[in-house]
Design a protein around this ligand. Structure first.
Ligand SMILES: NC(=O)c1ccc[n+]([C@@H]2O[C@H](COP(=O)([O-])OP(=O)(O)OC[C@H]3O[C@@H](n4cnc5c(N)ncnc54)[C@H](OP(=O)(O)O)[C@@H]3O)[C@@H](O)[C@H]2O)c1
Length: 267
């Protein structure tokens, strides 16, 4: 996919768009897409979603839906996603779009106070994986199924991953294992679908609620200190910096589909 396609008529779906990196992705990408493009934003907080919508270009068709991606069963999620996506397409035919983009950004860091030996609550595990691993996999399938027969629509799939998906960090067992599983799912997806542009983008340390939670609550003192020192020494990125870099990565397109590309990697 060439980045020029982003300036065509695009259908753009972003999860976790009520704040943080997801909101910034919506803001930045909405400046790039062409006339007639359509944006669909998902997260729980309807007020946050509305605030994001208010920051976007007014000439775009923008929909948002409040959804808790951690609570539904896979079956319910599938029906729900199909419903939202179909409603959002409205009368438009998916084949009218030149490019369909789905950005799996929503996520949570989980309980960062516990070491792995204490992570024995199966209900907590299930809920964590429902949000962070299962829901992106199912949403991805539903989205692609809807577009599948329209083979002329190019597709770009971005999974917002993390350094924690490839590097262990003490007391971040939920987060590290969830990010690793989610990233590997999208690598397999990329291998199976060479015609689709798939990117696992690791945004670096970014000043958001998630990072603040780790700084405040990490159970391991070494991890807690290193995150806080990074923040104190201005080693943390703004959402704008990392999303601008994501756009540069897409423009340069030097990555192999499915690859893990980090903010600090050379372009
Ligand atoms: N910040 C960093 O340093 C950093 C580093 C590497 C990777 N990342 C990744 O970047 C992505 C965005 O994180 P962020 O830093 O922007 O954190 P954030 O500010 O906490 O945003 C998380 C987003 O996920 C949504 N979300 C959380 N739980 C949800 C649920 N149950 N159902 C639906 N949506 C839910 C939130 O919306 P609602 O609360 O409205 O539902 C919010 O929009 C995550 O995948 C994260 O792992 C972040």
């Amino acid at each position: 996919m060439s980045i020029e396609k982003l300036s065509g008529k695009v259908f753009l779906l972003i999860t976790g768009a009520s704040q943080g990196i997801g909101r910034q992705i919506a803001e930045t990408f909405s400046t790039l897409v062409g006339d007639g493009s359509h944006v669909l934003l998902l997260a729980r907080n309807a007020t946050g979603l509305k605030e994001t919508v208010d920051k976007l270009r007014t000439d775009l068709k923008v929909d948002y839906a409040s959804v808790d991606l951690s609570i539904a069963t896979p079956q319910e999620l599938k029906i729900f996603f199909l419903d939202i996506i179909k409603t959002s397409f409205g009368k438009a035919n998916p084949a009218d779009f030149q490019l369909a983009v789905i950005i799996h950004n929503a996520g949570s860091v989980g309980d960062v106070s516990k070491s792995t030996i204490d992570m024995t609550d199966i209900d907590y595990w299930r809920k964590y994986y429902d949000l962070n691993v299962f829901s992106p996999a199912i949403l991805n399938g539903v989205f692609l199924e809807l577009l599948n027969e329209k083979t002329n629509v190019e597709k770009l799939v971005i999974n917002i991953t993390s350094l924690c998906g490839i590097q262990e960090m003490k007391t971040l067992g939920y987060y590290c294992s969830g990010k690793a599983a989610r990233e590997m799912f999208f690598k397999v997806f990329a291998a199976e679908n060479p015609q689709i542009n798939v990117l696992n983008y690791s945004p670096g340390p970014v000043e958001t609620d998630m990072l603040r939670t780790i700084c405040r609550e990490a159970g391991d003192l070494e991890i807690k200190t290193s995150f806080n020192e990074m923040r104190d020494k201005n080693g943390v990125l703004s959402t704008e910096q990392t999303v601008n870099h994501l756009v540069e990565v897409l423009k340069a397109k030097k990555y192999k589909s499915g690859a893990h590309v980090d903010y600090f990697d050379e372009l």
